[in-house]
Design a protein around this ligand. Structure first.
Ligand SMILES: Cc1cc2nc3c(=O)[nH]c(=O)nc-3n(C[C@H](O)[C@H](O)[C@H](O)COP(=O)(O)OP(=O)(O)OC[C@H]3O[C@@H](n4cnc5c(N)ncnc54)[C@H](O)[C@@H]3O)c2cc1C
Length: 462
């Protein structure tokens, strides 16, 4: 290892690597303080060529590499355990914005917020709405196939990409940057790298899809009786095809936010059991008001909603979204939390809650489920807060005991143990144990074909 590191230091420019522990430290822990890492060196290349040079040296010495973007991943995939850490944080250029092709070529270290800003300047929309967008990067969202709040209308990251530029484990550069909507010339190689979590190569740039900006976004926060009613409400609110967001929050999680986070205020006078946050993308403000009045009127008549707040200004729309965006932060006020990112067919959500809540109560009585999130995609962040007054560490020791029954229920209902966060190191063993053997064999064959020496994020996924 020492020879390889010496060669990296000699070959790369001074600004492209560091061993300064104060600079490296923030890259070795993550948002939830769940994973802690170490590394002999952090590489911070500034160009695709520098990434390629670095990877060639690592390949020569069989030095394993962990790529890192914004370090907001939630399954431990970006935290090195003595591997070389390769941060994309210095590769942030927007290389090209093409409004005619509705395409943007951007480097992997640019944040999602920077992509939004560049799209906005060109009067276009990049439809990835995600609470971590100020920090998470293009390389990160592609590598985890991130979801977010607009999947209902626009799909996951995989649907938002034309192609990628990748440094392969050999150091060669695969150039898939294109804005072609039609290109049937062989296997879809670009897609191989989407959701690969850095196990097949390092994404250095991407060609992203842009969309026309909607004339107006009508937002509303609705109070409902139960998760079952929330699911029933979805059909009413998506009539007409303009629904772009359908996010659901139970009272326990909602109150943890509005009672503890200064910037989040409860717009309702009364307390309610569940809340639903929706966006409709429409042509104009008047159209938004009429649509909300019409659809919410029908929902009231059908006894699907208890109360509703229709955003009356941009400021109020931001305030309503702010509650949803703080759902993860709010749960820190409930003590220790065991987290799941699962998906089931939308019609099975009520059954999932009935089975999962009972299973949780049987394993750790008094635990408090906080199942929230993207119900419009069948994706539930089924987090479990510790019983009131329990010891945090004692509760967290139940992580596996609580997760396995939840995963069993997902399997039974035809769901997935990872909806949008990926496998990382957190669910690697679960994937191996639960996935179809033919699928596992294909995943392993692809890994072996592209990365025979297993230098790319070797502890992750497969
Ligand atoms: C408050 C909060 C809210 C969140 N909300 C959502 C949500 O709604 N939906 C959702 O899907 N996720 C969500 N996440 C999770 C996280 O933001 C996403 O997984 C995001 O895609 C990670 O991006 P990143 O740049 O931080 O990647 P990192 O955390 O740095 O890395 C994630 C994985 O990608 C790999 N990787 C990173 N960059 C590259 C690259 N250039 N080439 C190859 N591999 C690479 C890493 O090795 C690692 O395996 C949330 C996280 C937080 C903290």
């Amino acid at each position: 290892m020492q020879d390889g590191i010496a060669e990296l230091k000699a070959a790369l420019p001074a600004g492209a690597w560091t061993q300064d522990i104060d600079i490296i430290a923030p890259h070795l822990t993550e948002w939830r303080d769940k994973y802690f890492g170490q590394t002999p060196i952090m590489l911070t290349p500034r160009s695709t060529q520098e990434v390629s040079d670095a990877v060639r040296i690592c390949a020569k010495h069989k030095l394993p590499i962990v790529p890192q973007g914004g370090n907001t991943g939630l399954v431990g995939g970006q935290t090195p355990q003595n591997e070389v850490l390769l941060s994309l944080k210095k590769m942030t250029a927007i290389r090209e914005v093409n409004p005619t092709s509705n395409a943007m070529i951007v480097e992997a270290g640019a944040t999602v917020q920077a992509v939004h800003d560049a799209a906005d300047t060109a009067n276009r929309k990049f439809p990835m709405l995600i609470a971590s967008q100020g920090s998470c990067t293009v390389g990160g969202i592609l590598s985890t196939n991130a979801g977010g709040n607009h999947v209902l209308k626009y799909g996951t990251t995989k649907e938002l990409v034309f192609g990628v530029e990748v440094v392969l484990p050999s150091g060669e550069i695969f150039n898939g940057l294109t804005s072609l909507r039609k290109d049937n010339t062989g296997y879809d190689l670009n897609r191989l790298f989407l959701g690969a979590e850095g196990t097949l190569g390092i994404i250095t740039a991407a060609s992203l899809k842009l969309f026309p900006k909607p004339g107006f976004v009508q937002r509303a926060l609705l109070a409902v009786e139960s998760a079952t009613i929330a699911v029933a409400l979805l059909d009413t609110l998506r009539a007409g095809g303009q629904l772009a967001m359908f996010e659901v929050m139970p009272a326990i999680g909602y109150r943890a936010v509005v009672d503890n986070i200064d910037s989040a205020k409860d717009p309702f006078d009364a307390r309610h059991p569940w809340y639903v946050l929706v966006d409709w993308e429409v042509g104009s403000e008047a159209e938004g008001a009429a649509l909300a009045e019409n659809l919410l009127g029908k929902a009231f008549e059908a006894n699907l909603i208890r109360d509703a707040v229709i955003a009356q200004s941009d400021t109020q729309a931001i305030q309503l979204l702010n509650i949803r965006e703080h759902m993860s932060a709010g749960q820190k006020f409930l003590g220790g939390s065991i987290k799941h990112d699962i998906t089931v067919p939308i019609d099975k959500i009520p059954e999932f809650f009935a089975l999962a809540d009972a299973a949780v109560e049987a394993v750790v009585p008094g635990s408090r489920p906080v199942g929230f999130g993207h119900f419009g995609d069948g994706n539930i962040h089924y987090n479990i807060a510790q019983p009131e007054g329990a010891d945090r560490e004692t509760f967290l020791a139940n992580w596996d005991a609580l997760s396995q029954p939840i995963f069993d229920i997902c399997d039974e209902l035809g769901g997935s143990i990872s909806a949008e966060h990926g496998i990382g190191i957190m669910k690697r063993e679960d994937l191996a144990a639960r996935a179809d053997p033919v699928k596992m064999s294909l995943l392993r064959s692809i890994k072996a074909a592209l990365d025979p020496d297993r230098i790319m994020n070797p502890r992750v996924m497969v």
